[in-house]
Design a protein around this ligand. Structure first.
Ligand code: AMP
Length: 557
């Protein structure tokens, strides 16, 4: 085998194993993420067999973070960011402080130095972008007010970490108690000011130059009519801005990509741009989880069970309780506080960077790094459970409904719990087909509930008071949330028959009598959808042909 194949080997083995483990996890009714993480453990250096390249995997994972943050930016406008700024900034800072103190306190109990405790605590205080976005998106709440607060919170955490990573080397001597006295206030303040200056320069550059140039490039490329070139432009912009931000302004990749996306969200092409990034984004997000798994030595569970337990408790409970209290303190409803708490009850990429830096500066013992890594994998695995718990609590709260001040009265409420609609039509997909159907149903005064993946296209419906769930209808609990069990029918108006098949099968499992009508493009797809339980399948092409025949008949008459 030629020797320059580390990248190919790492990517192909990681993706293939992630697929196998993810598939098995799903069959066992576990989240696919658990499978991806275990695939990572399997290709990591602590388990026998193939060992993936330990320097390449985190870089591949970083591409996932970039594409994800770019996608989030595409759904975020500057106004959205300003709207949540008021809670996100103090909330994130207070929560980082609370988690850091907790981490530092247990480290002090173990007899670690102040510096070691500080790095350990900080590493436990920041949530993972990928995990948080995955959780919010799969539940269809990324675009809700709660989702936006969570994303704003994440961005502040991101900024705080950028500052920490710059400050830590400057303060390492002081924290270790070596020659601290010689370090004046200037030495501490200067790196912070320089970093803040660079972040500000980047933001100003993007708002002044990027805002004009990026949409112009995309519009220009869109007019060439080449889909391939358009896709390339979207990727070049997302990765290029992220890389440029990191190299020229010392901003994190994630923050750079987020701004690139946000600037694009002001242009009407944003929806198309978002869709172009989806397939690659998903693949690289999987690589992120595999690379997390690779870092973990599973033997730590036996070697240090109690310290590990303390670490996990801080990540999952300590942080959540702190976040909950802060959000409630700001007067937001319990549902918002619980969503933020569940979103933050995990740690990821920033913690890894921080602990590696801590170890290389001889601030943190290697044991601390191992605890953080193992704590990360356990908290990521348990995160779906936290969200399940959140659902339970919200459902209970709904039962004993005490009227409470809503977070933002005008904000669309995206139901997590089952819709109260009954005898309604559930319409999946609101594109070329679904929008025509929904118009007719609304005119006929039939109650409808729409499930649509891309939020932009349903904003108007929401304003009209139609109940909308944003997200993939094939994701768990979506159909329950739409209350299909009590519906008069389900219309699956999406072009992808494989995904359509999953949706049909899930709906059929909920109700054996529900009339299901689905959309197809070939005889094979018709058979596939019927096999999964659709009563009627309409093939678009056949209907076009019929209409054409009718037209020619009319013309000839
Ligand atoms: P069209 O082909 O123009 O009718 O558009 C199909 C619409 O369905 C688009 O707006 C997609 O965003 C949406 N869509 C596709 N797949 C799903 C899915 N699995 N769940 C919800 N909406 C979807």
């Amino acid at each position: 085998m030629p020797h320059e194949t580390a990248l190919i080997a790492t990517m192909s083995v990681a993706l293939a194993l992630a697929f196998v483990f993810g598939f098995v996890a799903t069959r066992l009714r576990l989240p696919a993420i658990v499978g991806y993480l275990l695939a990572g453990v399997a290709v990591g250096p602590f388990t026998p067999g193939f060992v993936a390249d330990m320097s390449l995997a985190p870089q591949l994972a970083e591409i996932g973070v970039i594409l994800l943050m770019f996608g989030v930016g595409l759904h975020f406008s500057l106004d959205d960011l300003m709207a949540v700024w008021k809670i996100a900034v103090p909330g994130a800072i207070a929560q980082i402080a609370a988690a850091t103190i907790m981490g530092w306190a247990v480290a002090a109990l173990w007899g670690w130095s102040f510096g070691a405790g500080l790095v350990f605590g900080l590493a436990l205080s920041v949530a993972s972008t990928v995990v948080l976005l995955n959780a919010l998106e799969s539940r269809g709440i990324l675009d809700s007010i709660n989702g936006r607060i969570a994303v704003g919170w994440l961005i502040v955490e991101d900024l705080a970490m950028v500052l920490t990573l710059v400050l830590l080397p400057a303060l390492a001597g002081l924290l270790k108690g070596e020659g601290g006295g010689e370090l004046g206030a200037y030495a501490m303040v200067q790196p912070v000011l320089v970093t803040l200056g660079k972040v500000a320069a980047f933001v100003i550059f993007m708002l002044v130059v990027g805002r004009r140039v990026i949409p112009w490039i995309l519009h220009y490329v869109a007019h060439t009519g080449s889909r391939e070139l358009f896709r390339l432009a979207v990727f070049a912009i997302s990765l290029g801005v992220a890389f440029g931000a990191a190299v020229l302004f010392d901003v994190s990749f994630a923050l750079g990509a987020f701004f690139a996306g946000m600037i694009l969200s002001e242009s009407e092409l944003s929806q198309r741009a978002a869709n172009e990034t989806l397939p690659l984004r998903d693949a690289f997000a999987v690589l992120f989880f595999v690379s997390v798994g690779m870092l973990v030595d599973p033997a730590i569970v036996l070697r240090e069970p109690l310290p590990l337990l303390a670490t996990v408790v801080i990540i999952i409970f300590g942080k959540s309780v702190a976040a909950f209290a802060i959000v409630r303190l700001f007067g937001y409803p319990t549902s918002t506080a619980l969503t933020i708490s569940a979103s933050l009850a995990q740690i990821g990429e920033f913690s890894f960077i921080l602990v590696s830096l801590g170890v290389s500066l001889a601030l943190l013992p290697e044991r601390g790094r191992d605890l953080v890594l193992a704590g990360a994998i356990i908290s990521i695995m348990l995160n779906p459970l936290c969200f399940a718990l959140l659902d339970r609590m919200l459902a209970k709260k709904e039962e004993s409904a005490t009227p409470e001040k809503p977070a933002e009265p005008a904000a669309p409420r995206i139901p997590l719990e089952a819709s109260k609609l009954s005898n309604h039509v559930v319409l999946v997909g609101h594109g070329r087909v679904g929008s025509v159907v929904s118009k007719a149903l609304r005119q006929a005064q039939v109650p409808i509930l729409v499930i649509e993946d891309s939020p932009g296209s349903v904003e108007k419906l929401r304003q009209e008071g139609i109940e909308v769930i944003t997200g993939n209808a094939a994701a768990p609990d979506m159909l329950q949330a739409a209350n299909v069990g009590a519906a008069r029918g389900l219309l699956v108006a999406i072009p992808d028959a494989f995904e359509g098949g999953q949706i049909v099968a899930k709906a059929r499992a909920i109700s054996t009598t529900l009339p299901i009508i689905a959309r197809a493009h070939s005889e094979e797809e018709i058979a596939h959808l019927k096999h999964h339980g659709a009563n009627t399948v309409i093939m678009g092409e056949q209907e076009i042909a019929k209409a054409m025949i009718a037209q020619i008949g009319l013309a000839g008459a």
